[in-house]
Design a protein around this ligand. Structure first.
Ligand code: H2U
Ligand code: ZN
Length: 349
């Protein structure tokens, strides 16, 4: 279904957050005629004696990593949330609402090998990362007072990643964080009105049109959402409406590892550079309640726009008024979809 003439400036609504994005396609009539700059990437060693995540090395907090061989997790030495914060809340004064929060933060080393990234890892090794995500989720969800488990990855220094060793993080908390609350409310409302999850309905519409689909496998679909804010934003949605990672069997976890690899290879191939992003899982709260309206998905928010060095800035109008983009999600999807499926480093060898 053609919704509107998408060549004209328009706003699109994100049904998960109820937020709008301004799309200005007329500003991007010739988006790819500028020079695509390449950056020379430094070759990293397989093991770096100064890296606090490499096996056997001492971390900044003084603890020593074991000689781990697969995915490995540890409690963050500088956790943003602490597990022993005493309960206290002040909700009486509407101008100064405060609630003490508890939580546990972990760091997940994806691989013992310092020079790898997810797109360059073997599928079976990425599967070990997914297994660890599931194990950690299942451990954390049983801890009283932990009500949400946020699994994420910051990749690349421009996304604030502190170390190139392949790693992600898990922050679990007693409160449901703001983004998750917004998605919870919208999904609940949709499910109560329509009897299916918002993302099941959305996914079947997207599969009908194929316009924004970039990669897929038996259990997951990767697409540029209709309401994408970042130039090359992608969402991975499970075909089955899993509430969270806990319900996934071995085959589904292998599929999740596969789509994670496919999407990140696609990203690296876009500008032939190790592509920076913040990515993470959104899933049901782990608060012992059933959340049939929650539909597992992953968001990828990459900052690059035209080349390896041109970054999209969320400033000015975006900060003060509303998110805005020039290239349409459909143009981005077409470009991403048509990229080679083999990593550029392997194409050259
Ligand atoms: P990034 O994902 O943004 O790179 O963060 C890595 C985390 O690793 C960061 O939260 C933690 C930091 O607190 N860290 C340790 O727990 N131990 C260390 O020795 C250094 C970094
Ligand atoms: Zn390392």
């Amino acid at each position: 279904m053609k919704l509107i003439n998408s060549d004209s400036p328009h706003i699109r609504k994100n049904p998960l957050t109820d937020e709008w994005v301004l799309v200005s396609p007329h500003r991007a009539q010739r988006p790819w005629q500028g020079q695509v700059e390449k950056i020379q990437e430094e070759k990293r060693p397989e093991y770096d004696k100064t890296c606090y995540l490499c096996p056997g090395n001492k971390r900044a907090g003084g603890k020593v990593n074991p000689n781990y061989t697969g995915a490995y997790s540890f409690v963050n030495d500088f956790s943003a949330l602490l597990s022993d914060t005493p309960f206290a809340a002040n909700l009486e004064d509407p101008l100064f609402n405060t609630i003490n929060v508890n939580g546990i933060c972990k760091v997940i080393c994806f691989s013992p090998q310092h020079d790898l990234t997810i797109p360059e890892m073997e599928l079976e090794d990425i599967k070990k990362v997914v297994d660890l995500w599931q194990n950690e989720y299942e451990i954390l969800e049983t801890i009283p007072g932990i009500n949400y488990v946020q699994i994420f990855e910051n990749k690349g220094s421009i996304m604030g990643c502190s170390n190139p060793h392949p790693h992600g993080q898990i922050w679990s908390s007693s409160h449901i964080p703001t983004e998750v609350q917004k998605e919870s409310a919208s999904q609940k409302l949709y499910f109560n009105m329509h009897g299916e999850t918002l993302l099941s309905a959305y996914l079947s519409r997207e599969l009908d049109s194929s316009e924004r689909i970039v990669r897929q496998n038996n259990h997951f679909v990767a697409l540029v959402p209709y309401w994408a804010v970042w130039p090359f934003e992608v969402m991975i949605i499970s075909r089955k409406a899993h509430q969270n990672i806990s319900g996934m069997n071995d085959e589904e976890k292998t599929s999740l590892a596969d789509i994670y690899k496919q999407v990140t290879i696609m990203y690296d191939n876009l500008f032939e550079v190790s592509f920076a992003y913040s990515a993470g899982i959104h899933q049901s709260p782990s608060d012992c309640n059933d959340h049939p309206y929650w539909h597992f998905h992953m968001h990828f928010y990459p900052p690059l726009l035209r080349s390896a060095t041109v970054k999209k800035f969320m400033v000015g109008y975006e900060l003060l008024a509303e998110s805005q983009r020039d290239i349409t999600p459909e143009q981005s999807a077409e470009r991403l979809r048509n990229l080679p499926k083999v990593h550029y480093k392997c194409q050259k060898n």
